[in-house]
Write a protein that binds this ligand. Sequence first.
Ligand SMILES: NC(=O)c1ccc[n+]([C@@H]2O[C@H](COP(=O)([O-])OP(=O)(O)OC[C@H]3O[C@@H](n4cnc5c(N)ncnc54)[C@H](O)[C@@H]3O)[C@@H](O)[C@H]2O)c1
Length: 365
Amino acid sequence: MLLCAVPDRHGCRTVHSPTGLGSRFAYGGSSNMIDLKGTKVVVAGGAGFIGSQMVRELLELDCSVVVYDNFLHGSPRNLEDIEDRIHVVFGDLLNEWQLASAFRTHRPDYVFNFVGDTYVPTAYDMPKRFFDINVEGNLNLLMACKMYDVKRVLYVSSTEVYGEAQDVPMAENHVLNPLNTYAVSKLASDRLCFTFHAEHDIPVIIARIYNAYGPRETEPYVIPEIITQLDKSPVVYLGNLDAHRDFTYVSDTAQGLIATLCSDIPDGEAVNVGSGITFSIRELTERIGKAMGHDEIDIRVDERRLRRLDIEMFKCDATKLRNATGWKPTVGLDDGLQRTIEWFRSHGHRWIWEDRIEGTIRHDE
Ligand SMILES: NC(=O)c1ccc[n+]([C@@H]2O[C@H](COP(=O)([O-])OP(=O)(O)OC[C@H]3O[C@@H](n4cnc5c(N)ncnc54)[C@H](O)[C@@H]3O)[C@@H](O)[C@H]2O)c1
């Protein structure tokens, strides 16, 4: 049973739970939490990979959900099974008029910002677009949140802001040393949230997420790429096999973001969201091979897939989030891979990004 006190300026309520696990998202560590039930939530970038999972999680919480997306990389197909339960606004974050109109119409209580130009190799060809979308887009959204009295907004930042791991695992006070243009644009926006909170009192919290994976991926990140190749043959061509990444199943990531938004962690602060468990790309590939039924696979390095400045290690220290909310991931890698492969097979052995040309790499080209 949840007992709710008077909401504060965030709409936060003091929540007491005899079990410490009062509801699906009251993880038990925090005393001052937002209750999202019945609230209106805008998910900017909600037609994308993680955003479309967030929409599903918010519907579970009885939120009224508005997706704001221009479908640059997201797709209506990511929302088709729930389209009659949500409101979708075809809008661009770079169009302040459209944005203001959407906020004036829908008057959101809370906002998540998943909008991003995200695929690192695309930034080699169009770096300015990354700054337009990732920085100016977020700036416009923060101003709209201020103008329309949004109670709290969560900006989805990235582990990439840290650059190569100096201390492992990586806590929020890790040195910030981004190594690619995507990462620099994410850091600019991450820090903009801090300054906009300090200078304009905008109630914004920053979540630095680690590699998410699962159904409905929109770019050829490593897991969908490996699945696609192993679907055709046991030979797989990849870049840096020794890189270690911290993989989190997408529903765990989305739930971690909800826990962050609802937590009493102060505005302007950054919070890591990641599993804390790393795998090398080689080990990951072997696990995917097994999950797809291959007795043996042949992993080859394709020089063209090596990044110009690559990162050897990302490993999350999620102590801050865990202590504040009790959040921890619930889906292990093998289980998550199995769910992802099943989704891929039941959706015509295709990913959303295969419908686009830009940004994709095909070895057989
Ligand atoms: N996927 C990961 O593992 C990961 C890791 C770290 C950080 N992130 C961050 O999380 C966020 C979501 O990532 P994702 O993988 O779901 O990406 P995604 O590309 O699937 O989602 C981004 C969404 O933003 C939309 N969009 C792009 N430009 C827009 C604009 N100008 N106006 C409105 N909508 C626009 C796209 O159409 C897409 O639906 C991004 O900000 C990304 O930087 C993702």
